[in-house]
Ligand binder design. Structure first.
Ligand code: ADP
Length: 236
C-alpha cells in the first residue's frame, strides 16, 4: 500500500487533468462573452459536454477515494464466495457476450463459507472481470489474438477457499506484477483507467482476512488468485 505522500501525489496528478480541462473550457467561454463574440451553438454544446465529462471524471476519482476511507467500517457475514461471483456475472454477462468474450465457470457448490460482505466482494469481482475484458480487448487490438475467454473457478485448498479469475488477454510484464496493486498504477490511456481498482480490491480482500496474488505469462493472459480462510460450516 502506498504512503500518504505517494497517495497525495497521485490524487493531485489525477485531479489536475480534469481541472485543467475545466479551466481551459471555462476560460474560453469567459473570453467569448467578454469580447462579445457569438458562439456557435454546436461549439457551445461541445464545450458544455466536455466540462460535464470532466466534472464526472473528477467525481469518479473522489468516489473511488471514499472507498479507501470506508475501510474501517467493515461488517462481515458468513457468505459463500459463489454468491458475489454469480451476482457479478448476472450483471456483466450480457456485456461480455456483446464484446465477444466467453465466460466459463467452475464453482464448487459445496464451497465452505468465509467471512465477507457480498456487496464489497462484488466490487472486487467487477474490477477483476473488467480488467480481464480490457486486457482481452487490448490483445485483440494489438495482435488479433484468440477468442476472448474469462474463466472463474472456486474450490477449497488446505483450509482456504480459493477463487481464480483467469483471462487470455495481454498478460502482465514481470516488472509490473507487484506494481499493479499500488494506487494509481495504470497502463490504460488517460481517462480510461484510474489505477485504483486493484488497490481497492486488495484492501477489501485484506479486510476479510484474505489475500490476492497474480500470476501471468506476458502475451498469454493473467490469473488473479484470491484466498480466504474457510469457516467450518459448508454452504447449504
Ligand atoms: P485500472 O484498471 O484503472 O488501470 P487497476 O488498479 O484495476 O486500475 O489495474 C492496474 C493495472 O493493472 C492496469 O492498468 C493493467 O495494466 C494491469 N492489469 C490489471 N488486470 C489485468 C489483467 N487481467 N491483464 C493484464 N493487465 C492487468
Amino acid at each position: 500500500m502506498a504512503t500518504l505522500g505517494e497517495m497525495s501525489a497521485g490524487v493531485a496528478h489525477e485531479l489536475n487533468q480534469p481541472l485543467s480541462v475545466i479551466g481551459t473550457g471555462s476560460d474560453y467561454l469567459r473570453k467569448c462573452v467578454e469580447r462579445k463574440r457569438s458562439i456557435d451553438p454546436e461549439a457551445l454544446l461541445q464545450v458544455a459536454r466536455e466540462l460535464n465529462e470532466q466534472v464526472e471524471r473528477a467525481r469518479r476519482i473522489i468516489a473511488h477515494l471514499r472507498e479507501f476511507g470506508r475501510k474501517h467500517e467493515v461488517s462481515a457475514q458468513s457468505i459463500s464466495l459463489n454468491d458475489p461471483i454469480t451476482g457479478v456475472l448476472g450483471l456483466l454477462g450480457q456485456q461480455l457476450a456483446v464484446h465477444d468474450i466467453q465466460v466459463r465457470t467452475e464453482l464448487d457448490p459445496g464451497l465452505p463459507l468465509v467471512l465477507g460482505d457480498v456487496n464489497r466482494l462484488e466490487q472486487v469481482f467487477i474490477n477483476l472481470v473488467m480488467n480481464a475484458r480490457d486486457a482481452i480487448e487490448q490483445r485483440r487490438e494489438e495482435a488479433g489474438g484468440p477468442e476472448g475467454l474469462i474463466e472463474i473457478k472456486s474450490f477449497t485448498q488446505g483450509g482456504q477457499v480459493v477463487v481464480t479469475v483467469s483471462d487470455n488477454g495481454t498478460g502482465i510484464a514481470p516488472a509490473d506484477q507487484d506494481r499493479i496493486f499500488q494506487p494509481f498504477f495504470t497502463s490504460k490511456e488517460v481517462g480510461k483507467g484510474t489505477g485504483l481498482g486493484l488497490s481497492i480490491s486488495y484492501g477489501i480482500v485484506r479486510d476479510f482476512g484474505g489475500s490476492i496474488a497474480v500470476e501471468s505469462q506476458p502475451g498469454q493472459g493473467a490469473t488473479f488468485r484470491l484466498s480466504f480462510p474457510a469457516l467450518r460450516e459448508a454452504a447449504a
